[in-house]
Write a protein that binds this ligand. Sequence first.
Ligand code: 5MM
Length: 336
Amino acid sequence: MSELNKIALKILSNGKGILAADESNGTMTKRLDSVNVPSTSENRLLFRETLFSSEGMKNYIGGVILYDETINQTSNLQKTIPELISISGAVPGIKVDTGAKILAGSPEEKITEGLDGLRERLQGYYKLGARFTKWRGVYNISNKYPSTLSIQSNAHALARYSALVQECGMVPIVEPEVLMDGDHSAEVCFDKTSEVIRRCFEELAIHKIDLSGIILKPNMILAGTESNKKISSEEVARLTLKCLKKNVPFEVPGIAFLSGGQTEIEATKNLNLINKHNDTNFIMTYSYGRALQKSALKFWSKNIKDTNGTQKIFNHRANMCTLAAQGKWSAELEAK
Ligand code: 5MM
């Protein structure tokens, strides 16, 4: 077993999942604005360290994705943030892309940037304690998108990123996110997501990526948010499994889904059904941002000094997601 494979399994095994706390300052400001909390560096740290020092971290969270600001911060408990995460038994990770920018040649689409100087930045993050990384390619669906240009160029960037990350001894999370926005059907989401994932793995092969040392972070197969043809959770699970079985090489140890704007309950219920029907060798777990933090953030914004209360809400959410990652979640357990 390679070192990279060991890291990936440490993050994903036993129902554990990933806390995606890598909101850039722009996104975190939107999240904090929505609950009327000023987006200062102190407040961003306070909310995040409240989660990172919770009991739920020990039992349910195998890895935390950080943003550059956070990985360089020291918690009020006098530990660096990567130390605080490691003490809980989870692996510190870092988002290394510098964001999705307008794609020249197809200005309604995005290309993720951040390859320049990446080797040197990775070495710095490794020294700070990171052992895995994240890069997100983003694709929108419409009758003409995603274009071949967007699919090819994002796959190429994801592969170049993965090669540099593995060279530096870390596990790359490969995140091709096909967005939920739009009125498309689940079948269209299935076709577009299949094409995007297939192309990513073709590019990863060209760049000689050790597939046993990556984690795939895809979207689930869903109808668009504006679609009038919504599908059941059973159908989400069936189509998601069909897509991944067809397009993900068997060497990949695990798949950690993004929540993508689903509610906390939807993201949990869908993951649970995916695991109930999972007849593959892939670990299927979560790498949620909003679907792990939303309720905790709402409570915290009104009770900033109530660390225990905030942690209780986060622990419950992480517990439910970990049950779902084992196919053991139920609405009754959710309500307890
Ligand atoms: C945590 O949110 C990330 C957004 O980063 P930016 O601030 O750079 O936009 C995002 O990539 C996230 O990791 C994944 O989309 C998963 O989060 P959700 O909320 O979709 O589960």
